[in-house]
Design a protein around this ligand. Structure first.
Ligand code: KG4
Ligand code: ZN
Length: 336
């Protein structure tokens, strides 16, 4: 009989301090997340210095809580996995150094994990992967289409040339004077508005799976400024609905085209923007017409957490990946 595997995951790439313990790659024994959103709200975005300081304060508390909830002993833990990058360097450093310290003290293997691999593997906590698989990764820092032919193998077939989808959401939210992080607020507002404002869709060149959201963001800003100058009033909910319609249409069509082109067996959606109701609905409507199953994780697994890092980390550990004591936080780590 195969021995059970217990993997610890640590995530500190942005503004969540998170530790999780996973059994056999998919069974979440604990998944503790300390969010710093309240501390960053008044600044309208994440302040890197403040994020690092909070990670230092929260790390040992979150770690202890994750252990208590999981009811496992240090002896049972097979490996320490941690987000190595990308992210805020000062924030990543706290998690990486914590992981190194534990791995050294407890004599455990150390495995660095790519943050986006984590977002993708959040889906495996719900359903086993079937390959080839296409992942649409949409978060505050990333918008990517990733083709996976097998476990632990990532080919980025499309990415944003400028802003990430979540970043565009947060900027538009700021224009609409909504609190940080703005994505969920714009999503809620969009449901109350109508798509009355014509906004551009950046399809880019024929057959490209790349994205661009900066033109759309500028159009929203111009629309608001022009209306202000003319003394006209636009319903903010209509702006939210029109903006969301553009983002969702581009994301959905490109994901569909890539899925057909690569003949995939599954499409999965990952990252904070996967929580978006408009996107979830449009993707469901698009893929229900095909025989390609669509997986979208529950909202608590869409946003940053450590169970997803442990899930990707379990595969990396089983494939023999090991990090040395010289592992460093890498803000521009490449997914491959
Ligand atoms: O994956 P995540 O938690 O952190 C990163 O790795 O970036 O994603 C956070 C992003 C933020 O930009 C937030 O505004 C966006 O996800 N977001 C949403 C929604 N919920 C979170 N964007 C649109 N609609 C939502 N419902
Ligand atoms: Zn993330």
């Amino acid at each position: 009989m195969k021995k059970d595997t217990y993997i610890m995951g640590i995530e500190t790439s942005c503004d969540e301090t998170a530790v999780a313990i996973l059994k056999n790659g998919t069974e979440v024994l604990s998944n503790v997340v300390a969010s710093q959103i309240e501390s960053h709200k008044r600044f309208g975005g994440v302040v890197p210095e403040i994020a690092s300081r909070h990670h230092v304060e929260q790390m040992t508390i979150v770690l202890e809580e994750a252990f208590n909830q999981a009811e496992v002993t240090w002896e049972q833990v097979d490996a320490i996995t941690v987000t190595e990058g990308p992210g805020l360097v000062g924030a990543l450093l706290i998690g990486v150094n914590m992981a190194k310290a534990i791995a050294f003290a407890k004599q455990k293997p150390l495995v660095g994990v790519h943050h986006i691999a984590g977002h993708i593997y959040a889906n495996r906590l719900e359903k086993e992967f079937e390959f080839p698989l296409l992942a649409l990764v949409v978060s505050g820092g990333h918008t990517e289409l990733v083709l996976m032919r097998e476990h632990g193998n990532y080919e980025v077939i499309g990415e944003t040339l400028d802003d990430a989808a979540g970043e565009a959401y947060d900027k538009v939210a700021r224009m609409l004077k909504l609190p940080y992080p703005g994505g969920p607020h714009v999503d809620r507002m969009a449901a109350e508005g109508e798509e009355t404002i014509p906004l551009p869709r950046a399809w880019l060149e024929e057959g490209s799976f790349n994205f661009s959201f900066s033109g759309l963001k500028s159009s929203v800003i111009n629309t608001i400024h022009n209306a202000e100058q003319r003394g006209e009033k636009i319903n903010p909910a209509d702006i939210a609905a029109s903006f969301q319609a553009s983002v969702v249409e581009v994301l959905t069509k490109k994901t569909y085209q890539a899925a057909i082109k690569h003949n995939v067996k599954q499409v999965i959606v990952a990252g904070g923007v996967a929580a978006n109701k408009g996107l979830r609905q449009a993707l469901n409507e698009q893929f229900v017409k095909t025989d390609i199953p669509l997986l979208i994780p529950p909202i608590n697994l869409c946003t940053d957490n450590a169970a997803m890092i442990a899930a990707a980390g379990t595969i990396a550990y089983e494939q023999g990946n090991r990090s040395g004591w010289d592992m460093n936080a890498n803000p521009s780590l490449v997914l491959k």
